[in-house]
Ligand binder design. Structure first.
Ligand code: NAG
Ligand code: NAG
Ligand code: NAG
Length: 373
């Protein structure tokens, strides 16, 4: 507008002849919630939980969550209802670090007839963290706390690489499907996701003074690595390294990031349990790679992450479970909901589906008929 036009327009606005903003222009909020339909809506797990961890055991599901002494819940189906049955710890963790009454992000596994729960003792924004472990004969207990397996910043071996540059949070566990050798994964926000071999009793790192560690995922050149909550599963012929990337928490107090910067679920694969892992574009996860497998969708699901995978063991579909914020429920961390999707592997890349595929069921039925007809 020329200067004269502006003056005339301002005068007309002042006189009320025209409105400063045409009244029918709709207010356009900044793009925050993705409306994409490229990802399916989750199946709803009927429980509010952040960083869920689920162990199928004796035909039931046990859900472990962060909180005072690590609460345990139980259900006959992933759809709930979930019933609280107790806690992993009877008192504060024996790890002498802050917030030890309230560990985070447990990961529970069954190994050689025992159950092991790896948990995190840390606090937001600190690298003074540890991963501890408790074990029991069954998820119903009685549990024994064994204390720290890896410590960063302070504690045993914390002066040894990779503990010097990593953050001991968010444990995951995998065994080499050929040798049975167990590994612990952890990280991050510092240095990315790391993997260390475990001793056979699963209570310590193998050769603790010289850990044969690998850095499996990280964003080069960045001090802050918003990659965390890793998980590894094996689905022949690949190991899949999953993690959550982006802003996870505290949206009501810290505000919303621009769309795409919130939590999303990423994945890469390798034929070797120790990597290197690459994403769908062939980018190594150690070089910032990671294909988005599940992200905000339908304007309803926001910042999904904190995931795990349940193996169908070849007879049923694998299941990806996670937490997400439902945009019509709320954005507090405590509002996070349990969701899950069935995994379809397309060219060896996992794709979430809302419904169980007909195919495996059909094959099992056909096999059954062929055997017994
Ligand atoms: C798959 O097999 C593992 C190891 O045998 C077992 O712990 C797990 O419960 C099985 N998962 C399902 C969904 O049957
Ligand atoms: C979100 O919450 C609304 C209201 O409770 C519910 O109708 C809807 O199914 C939920 N969607 C998801 C994906 O959780
Ligand atoms: C999650 C949690 O319990 N955080 C606490 C950790 O400890 C600090 C300081 O002691 C508390 O302020 C946090 O609330």
């Amino acid at each position: 507008m020329a200067r004269m036009d502006l003056i005339v327009w301002a005068l007309l606005v002042w006189l009320g002849v025209v409105h400063a903003i045409p009244a029918d222009t709709p207010f356009k909020p900044p793009a925050i919630f993705s409306e994409t339909t490229s990802y399916p809506l989750p199946n709803q797990g009927d429980i509010a939980v952040h960083d869920p961890n689920i162990l199928p055991y004796n035909g039931e599901y046990y859900l472990f969550r962060g909180g005072v002494h690590i609460p345990i819940l139980k259900a006959a189906s992933l759809d709930g209802p979930w019933r609280r049955i107790g806690t992993v710890l009877d008192e504060a963790s024996i790890i002498q670090k802050e917030n030890r009454t309230r560990p985070w992000a447990p990961t529970t596994v069954e190994y050689n007839g025992r159950v092991y729960c790896y948990y995190t003792v840390s606090k937001h924004g600190s690298r003074n963290s540890a991963i501890g472990v408790a074990s029991a004969d069954s998820p119903e207990g009685a549990w024994t706390d064994h204390g720290a397996v890896v410590s960063t910043e302070e504690g045993p071996q914390s002066q040894i690489w990779p503990y010097t540059k990593s953050n001991a949070i968010d444990a995951a566990f995998i065994t080499d499907h050929q040798t049975g050798k167990p590994y612990l994964l952890y990280g991050s926000f510092w240095g990315g996701i790391f993997q260390v071999p475990l001793a056979e009793d699963l209570l310590s790192v193998e050769d603790p003074e010289h850990p044969h560690a690998k850095n499996l995922a990280h964003q080069p050149g960045k001090l802050i690595n918003p990659e965390e909550g890793s998980f590894m599963n094996y689905h022949e012929p690949y190991y899949y390294l999953w993690f959550s990337q982006g802003k996870c928490c505290r949206f009501p107090t810290k505000g919303f990031p621009v769309m795409g910067q919130e939590y999303s679920i990423r994945v890469g694969r390798s034929t070797n349990v120790r990597g290197p892992f690459v994403d769908k574009e062939g980018v190594e996860l150690q070089k910032g790679g990671g294909t988005i497998a599940y992200d905000s969708n339908h304007g309803q699901v926001y910042a999904p992450g904190g995931l795990g995978v349940l193996s169908g063991n070849g007879s049923s579909q694998d299941i990806l479970y996670y937490h997400y914020l439902n945009t019509s429920i709320g954005f507090k961390d405590a509002d996070a909901q349990l969701g899950y999707s069935y995994l379809d592997y397309v060219d060896g890349w996992p794709e979430p589906r809302q419904k169980l595929m007909i195919m495996p069921v059909f094959l099992v039925a056909a096999g059954y008929l062929w055997l017994y007809w």
